[in-house]
Design a protein around this ligand. Sequence first.
Ligand SMILES: Nc1ncnc2c1ncn2[C@@H]1O[C@H](COP(=O)(O)OP(=O)(O)OP(=O)(O)O)[C@@H](O)[C@H]1O
Length: 641
Amino acid sequence: MAPDRDDDPTVRALPASRLTARLSTCRPRFSGRTDPSSRPHRSARRFRVPLPANPLPRNLWRLRRYLRPYAGQLVWLLLAAFAATGASIAVPLVIRHAVDGPIAHREPTALLRLGGLALLLGLAEAALIFIRRWVQSSSAVGMESTIRDDLYAHLQRLHIGFHDRWQSGQLLSRITSDLSVIRRFLSFGLLFLVVNTTTFLSVVTLLIALHWGLGLLVAAGAVPLFLATRRFTRAYLTAARRLQDEQGDLATLIEESAQGLRTIKAFGRRPEMTRRFGVGAHQLHDTATGKGRLLARTSAQFDLIPNLTLGAVLVAGAVAVAHGSLTIGELVAFVTLQLMLIWPIESLAWIIATAQEAMTAADRIYEVLDTRPTVVDRPAAVALSSAAGTGRGDALRFDEVWFGYPQGAPVLRGVELTVQPGETLAIVGATGCGKTTLLSLVPRLYDVTAGRITLDGRDIRDIQLDSLRRRVGVAFEEATLFSMSVWENLTLGRPDADEDEVRAALAVAQADFVYDLPWGLTTRIGEQGLSLSGGQRQRLALARAVLGRPGVLVLDDPLSALDVHTEALVEQALARILRDTTALLVVHRPSTIALADRVALLADGRITAVGTHSELLHTVPAYRSVLSAAGDTDDLGLVRS
Ligand SMILES: Nc1ncnc2c1ncn2[C@@H]1O[C@H](COP(=O)(O)OP(=O)(O)OP(=O)(O)O)[C@@H](O)[C@H]1O
């Protein structure tokens, strides 16, 4: 049975417009950072997982659970496929009877009957192939979408540390092209493997039954096929993997170029990026060509072997007919049956190639699925009673907190800090000292390496994550907005928020501009909110954080992108919110310190001073120097007064 040519990856040309969608993946790669103090660039961290010495389809086999819901359909599919093969095998046997019977004895009525039977068999085969394809498409697509749902849900569960390490282009390609490779194998490759093997065995058995000597000659063709297959599988697995690695690299490059287009253009780096892309694309082209040639070489051997045996059978068959040990009808049937073996043998290289690609694709998918989330609910974790919106606030305490990123020196080294209920505490420190890191620990984006953080006296790891994150409102300096409506962006953490709450949050963040957007709150904002200015994005992110007045607010320099006038207005409104909320603010600009009741100075991974702004200004020289480095003296004067 011939594989559908459309699904043969070596046959189909890849339109350029579908490049990103089809870009495949590589394993996560990590090369370590040369400078541990610098923020790592995600694409620079790479690690390669070497191919196992004896690659086994273990992970592909693990995917069988996704086949289970389609077991009934698969049975029908196989029955239809086997029946179609049976019908096509029966035709040569009918021809044999026709040649040795009605044709030899000139009996037109019997010939007509046998001709009609052959026609019916042909029609039955066509109908069965249609049924097989119909069932095949629905089960394969359903299976693919279930695996995709699971993978996406798992990615959402995984901790931030995982996403720090993995290039998003790699994840994207796993969830798109790797799954397509697996679908292609499960729906076509596997089916053809089963059907073609069965066809081969049944036809060879029939051939031996027709004439054992000639039959064994055909069966002997399997030996060189087996040897060629062994050589091919090993080499192809390596080539397929290399290609997927390079596709992943290129996908990442395209993704980063698209995201950083403004920077690339502003710095006039277009030619350099084009050159880098050219190098990657060229390498990919060479690897793909090498892989294609490997397949072409093996396919040629697979084409040659059945044709050589066919030639040998014709000569030996003619001799057998001459000696009377074979009738002409038997020889015609023998040769017709043998012709049926050509495609199953020729397609073997394609099937093996598809299987190899599916094996590596399954490996890559399980590299993600097998990663366990490390930031999870403890078994006895409790849900917080909903105090959000009551204005009660919670006491937040950092108790001898240590934290370091993997493969880096500790960023926080025994932080001791208490934020009283309803208090606003500002964290000040030199750039890169760990302020954002400290904030990220509160909603448990990362877990502390040692020590503990408590909320109302309870270790935050003993609080259910969902419940903790509902209580803690967060806005980071880089305001991330999604390709959704303004409303959806605002209510991301509070889908149950009503219109009044949204209006109040927008008022606090001075983000009323959203009502002037073409469709108001239903306006869809572009990818990452790019159609909005930096200040507008920041105000929306702030509104999202304060929506529903969370008990704890964690804000990372929330006003940095605002002009002085808007900043003053936001500060006024925010001050009212902060009055009865426990808040931790990272502050870069001295003017924002006015929002805080107290200030803590973070230096060398520790809190080295805590007090009111004026206390620190007068008594801590390091505080003065951090602030004067961050703002002008007017700002300091403003706060001082
Ligand atoms: N995801 C990460 N993986 C590894 N290291 C990181 C990561 N994020 C930050 N770091 C490192 O941790 C240190 C503290 O970074 P952090 O962003 O917390 O500093 P910061 O005080 O907020 O800086 P800034 O004032 O410039 O915003 C830096 O050395 C940084 O390179």
